[in-house]
Design a binder for this molecule. Structure first.
Ligand code: SAM
Length: 240
């Protein structure tokens, strides 16, 4: 299914993922575009069919293509997909505003999950590998330890929601062939961070109650400086 430009929610305000502090900045898209088009990963995707499961707004791909990445085909799948029209209009891009289960099985040479593997795996377990069949899988996932300043309660909530990717991969009979860490330097106002807490833009907050959010905001007000500086770190595992 190809979406026409008029069907695509590219107005960032319409998307829940739009007001995500640094996560919705042009600089952040350019950083991740450079990672995808960079020396570590580019050779895995050039000339191949790539599927991004849980692509979100898909903006990093626009940046990656502008920076020279040349996949043969790019398939972006997400129920909240919001790609820009220039990207969706490219002849080798298939933009699908669907949940994976609505379009599965998805076959590709390379399947990528950027901060979406845990959601898909929690839902489908190892059956996700029947829904997404690829020669190579790439994940970008948050590390085991939280890297921004947070309360003990937040850390307690975060840690158990982090999956042990190595164990899942091993149990699925697959092998990690490459591991990298990518760090995006974040500088943001405390007020922006508080807005992110209010909107639950950290996935482990999705299920917690209002009391927890209120306490975390209170903790942030009393413990964080007005300007926050930290590295947003994602671990990348390439497995086959
Ligand atoms: C934390 S966001 C990451 C978005 C994007 N990859 C990024 O890094 O900015 C997780 C995404 O997974 C998507 N998602 C959740 N369940 C999904 C499913 N069953 N099929 C496809 N996408 C799903 C959500 O809609 C959301 O956009």
């Amino acid at each position: 299914m190809r979406l026409e430009a008029s069907q695509i929610d590219h107005g960032e305000q319409q998307l829940p993922w739009a007001k995500r502090g640094w996560l919705a900045s042009e600089d952040y898209y350019a950083f991740w575009g450079a990672v995808l088009a960079g020396d570590d990963l580019r050779a895995r995707m050039d000339g191949r069919q790539v599927a991004d499961i849980g692509a979100g707004n898909g903006r990093i791909w626009q940046a990656a293509l502008e920076q020279g990445l040349e996949p043969d085909g790019l398939r972006l799948i997400d129920p909240d997909l919001g790609v820009v029209p220039e990207l969706a209009a490219r002849p080798n891009v298939l933009a699908q505003k669907n949940a994976l289960e609505e379009v599965a099985p998805v076959t590709a040479d390379v399947a990528l999950f950027k901060q979406s593997f845990h959601l898909i795996y929690n839902k489908f377990g190892s059956e996700m590998f029947d829904l997404v069949q690829a020669d190579t899988y790439l994940t970008f996932a948050m590390p085991k330890e939280i890297e921004w300043p947070a309360s003990e309660a937040f850390m307690g909530l975060y840690r158990p929601t982090y999956l042990d990717y190595h164990q899942i991969i091993e149990e699925s009979g697959k092998t990690v062939v490459e591991e990298n860490c990518y760090e995006y330097a974040v500088q943001m106002a405390r007020s922006e961070w508080i807005a992110m807490l209010e909107h639950r833009f950290v996935s482990c907050l999705a299920e917690c109650d209002e009391r927890f959010i209120a306490d975390e905001i209170d903790w942030a007000m009393h413990n964080l400086p007005e300007e926050l500086v930290f590295n947003d770190t994602l671990e990348c595992l390439v497995f086959e």
